[in-house]
Design a protein around this ligand. Structure first.
Ligand code: UTP
Length: 472
């Protein structure tokens, strides 16, 4: 669905005609009981519908198994993955650093998600995650960009995708925090699109008598949004050629890692991915494959149990490497893909709706289909693509769930363990208890040191740990 806005207008008669033509007349069934503001809101939502996409969705629903399950993929092989030992990194690092120093690198953050699993009230980026300073995910990311700008002496524009539901809160959080020291002129927010939810018979779900149910159109919605919101033009105007892409929930991400950028540029890659070995067969990461001669990412829900757990003779999983949504794109590829569009994925979900009487109902089980686009679906279109392995313990500990795996607790611990390794590499003794757990909490502000090498230069002589340590 295109963005609804007060400028989009449609008359009642036009809406009736369009909805009838597309078998969606039920959308206006409560029109008589709406006040004029509610009517305008609904008509604007209808005016913003993208009927081409809706026709695709209805065609998909016709072929959906009645249990709503994803159809497993076949004919896939594991994709080739580049692993770079430390002694092979100097050359790509130099290439990446040159690109950073010449102002040709920009950063894209997708932060439009609803964060349902975390159950936190507010944009996920405002979640206070840092182990000691208690600063937010947004602040951790922003301080890394600031550190890079200082280190390489060049601007790094920061493009942040929000969604209708969290855009205002995200902008005011940055504002209240003075953009965490970044230049406001280089931080650009843009809102992604939405898609309605559908009943199995192809009718749009009404959330309330005057409102269609609409949810963000997935991180893949970024391609259209970058274009529609003028971000691709902004990148071009600033002379940016390479874009580093990441998700809001991973505080460990090595933003604009120069080695990754160097490998990407040396291969003249259009889209590159960082991947790590999956924790176990059931981990919910998409895996990198070759399908019909093209590299691709296949979602874990599209793999059979046999595919997920198949192992080689050496014990490794056949589909060993998971994508963690850390990418690099050439600007020209983003421009091309924005015009091409991405496939849609459907998910059978619990969707609140209003019944025939106009009463709101919260279903106990999945009742309708939501649709999303995924950014990794751009991969098969890349003429050249590089997939680079990274060490999970250094760069990936997402905050997805409130408790258990991939929760704030595991993410904080992974961060502190990383800082402990950095300190150990500087010759600092890191105290641990008998069970091997850290005795003190550790945190390093990215502007103080953004790598073990930087830490080595900054740590005062004779530095030792006797209590919690916050280096900033
Ligand atoms: P997730 O798939 O983890 O979804 O998003 P989520 O919305 O954050 O959390 P759940 O599934 O509701 O618990 C991965 C990344 O993609 C962004 C998220 O903000 C996160 O950075 N995203 C997701 C978007 O920007 N837009 C979307 O429509 C979906």
């Amino acid at each position: 669905m295109k963005q609804t806005s007060t400028e989009i207008k449609m008359t009642h008669a036009e809406a009736i005609g369009l909805l009838k033509q597309h078998d969606q007349s039920h959308v206006l069934q409560f029109l008589e009981r709406l006040d004029s503001a509610q009517r305008d809101g609904l008509l604007n939502q209808v005016a913003g519908l993208d009927w081409v996409t809706l026709a695709r969705i209805r065609a998909m629903l016709k072929h959906t198994p009645s249990d709503g399950a994803a159809v497993p993929v076949s004919g896939i092989e594991p994709a080739p993955v580049v692993s770079l030992s430390a002694d092979k990194q100097a050359e790509p690092r130099a290439t990446g650093e040159k690109a950073l120093g010449s102002g040709q690198v920009g950063v894209i953050l997708v932060a439009g998600g609803q964060g349902t699993r975390l159950g936190y009230d507010g944009p996920k980026g405002t979640y206070r995650l840092a182990p000691l300073s208690n600063v937010s995910l947004f602040e951790i990311h922003a301080r890394k960009i600031l550190a890079l700008e200082r280190r390489y002496g060049a601007p790094i524009p920061f493009y942040i995708m929000t969604s209708e539901g969290n855009d205002a809160a995200t902008r005011s959080f940055f504002d209240e925090n003075k953009f965490f020291g970044l230049s406001r002129e280089r931080v650009k927010f843009f809102v992604q699109g939405t898609l309605p939810a559908f009943w199995p018979d192809g009718r749009i779900v009404l959330e309330s008598p005057g409102k269609l149910f609409a949810a963000p159109d997935g991180h893949g919605g970024i391609l259209a949004a970058l274009d529609r919101r003028g971000m691709l033009a902004d990148m071009q105007a600033r002379g940016v050629k390479t874009l580093f892409y990441f998700q809001v929930d991973n505080p460990m991400v090595a933003i604009a890692d120069p080695v990754f950028i160097g490998v990407h540029l040396q291969h003249a890659s259009e889209m590159s991915l960082k991947v790590c070995a999956k924790r176990d067969p059931a981990e919910g990461l998409g895996v990198v494959v070759v399908r019909e001669g093209r590299q691709a990412v296949v979602e874990y829900t599209e793999l059979t149990d046999a595919q997920k757990s198949a192992r080689r003779a050496n014990g490794d999983l056949v589909f060993k490497f998971g994508s963690v949504a850390i990418h690099l794109f050439s600007l020209s590829f983003l421009q091309r893909e924005a015009a091409a569009g991405l496939p849609l994925h459907q998910a059978h979900k619990k969707v609140g709706f209003c019944d025939e009487a106009g009463t709101l109902v919260k279903p106990a089980k999945a009742n309708a289909y939501k649709f999303e686009k995924f950014i990794f679906d751009a991969l098969p279109d890349a003429r050249t693509a590089v997939i680079l392995e990274f060490a999970r313990e250094d760069e990936f500990a997402p905050v997805k769930n409130a408790e258990g795996d991939d929760s704030p607790e595991t993410s904080r611990l992974a961060l502190m363990e990383k800082f402990a390794r950095w300190m150990s590499s500087c010759g600092v003794l890191v105290p641990r208890d008998a069970a091997g757990r850290l005795v003190h909490r550790l945190e390093i502000d990215p502007v103080y040191a953004n790598s073990p090498e930087e830490l080595k230069k900054r740590l005062p002589p004779g530095f030792s740990i006797h209590a919690d340590v916050l280096l900033k």
